[in-house]
Design a protein around this ligand. Structure first.
Ligand code: DGY
Length: 324
């Protein structure tokens, strides 16, 4: 029987179904496996169902000569050594689309929470400080009528921009190239990077991590933004230089930040942890019950197709088919 290792537990029944046909082991703890545990469990597997936090590199691949598929339960797949997997004839799949709207919801939750100081306000009440109403209490920023700048107008960026219509916002965006389809859907206007920095009241990063986007937002970029502006990152952590963001927040170069992803996850820059105007969440962009069920369903379907000799739908390395 072919072996499959699933590196974490998911809601729903789809992994159970897989066990009827294959020898499936699921990492039993509420954390992800350590590197050693991952290597130990991956040995001899034909399929792996992984998360973005599981590193599937040359060492893992060499340890699994029978490996046919790495099914990454995430839209991102920078945790997998794609060129090496492709060289070895291994299919790599991801789970796009199903998490788009859920991640866009979180981007807005961060925008609202930072702009209206929701976490601070909650703490204020719980700590017994609400002794009298005051006109200057916990003042924040308006979202309605402001300018939203989207950095990366792909699927998630478009979903973020779509929501702005209900708040009467101007939408501008910066992307590798113009996305005319998304423009007509969202009313977004393509601008250069400098304009995005200067004119946005909110910048939401939804771009993937590439050589071009890595370290794109540092102190100099924050200095160009409005002192009243807010930056939100639901894309990938290393797009922002965290220590420089902490410095910019401290010096009032920008007003606030909401981050769901970090430069060196799960570590967070110590200065950022001290910034009262930064709201930090632990990479929960796609973390709704319904979406996580859809993601694992999709990941399981990819494994079933691959091990049954078919081509899974969400193949991220289609060039592997040329070598197989
Ligand atoms: C993804 O899908 O890439 C998210 O970052 C993790 O759910």
């Amino acid at each position: 029987m072919k072996k499959i290792f699933v590196t974490s537990q998911y809601p729903g029944e789809s992994v159970k179904h897989l066990s009827q046909k294959y020898d499936v082991s699921v990492y039993p703890k509420a954390t992800l496996p350590t590197r050693e545990e991952f290597l130990e469990n991956a040995k001899g597997c034909s399929g792996l169902i992984t998360t973005v936090a599981d590193v599937v590199d040359k060492k893992v691949i060499d340890l699994c000569p029978e490996l046919q598929i790495v099914s990454n339960s995430a839209v991102g797949y920078e945790n997998v050594d794609i060129p090496y997997a492709t060289k070895k004839g291994i299919l790599v799949t991801n789970t796009p689309n199903v998490l788009t709207e859920t991640t866009a919801d979180l981007a807005w939750a961060l925008m609202f929470s930072v702009a209206r100081r929701i976490v601070q306000a909650d703490g204020y009440v719980r700590e017994g400080n609400f002794t009298c109403w005051h006109p200057s209490l916990l003042l924040g920023m308006n979202i309605h009528g402001s300018t939203l700048g989207v950095y990366g107008l792909g699927r998630i960026g478009t979903a973020v921009a779509n929501r702005a219509q209900g708040f009467n916002m101007r939408v501008i965006y910066q992307n590798r190239s113009r996305n005319e389809k998304a423009e007509s859907e969202t009313g977004g206007q393509y601008v250069d990077f400098e304009t995005l920095l200067k004119e946005s009241d909110f910048i939401v990063i939804t771009a993937p991590l590439t050589d071009d986007t890595r370290g794109k937002f540092g102190y100099e970029e924050f200095r160009k933004m409005k002192p009243t502006s807010i930056i939100v990152n639901v894309g990938r952590g290393p797009i922002i230089k965290e220590r420089e963001l902490a410095e910019a927040l401290k010096e009032g170069e920008i007003w606030g930040a909401g981050l769901d992803v970090f430069e060196d996850e799960p570590k967070v820059d110590s200065e950022l942890l001290l910034a009262p105007n930064a709201l930090l969440t632990p990479h929960i962009g796609s973390a709704s019950i319904e979406t996580r069920e859809k993601m694992i369903d999709m990941a399981v379907t990819s494994v079933e197709l691959a091990l049954g000799g078919e081509v899974p739908k969400h193949l991220v390395n289609p060039e592997v088919l040329d070598s197989n």
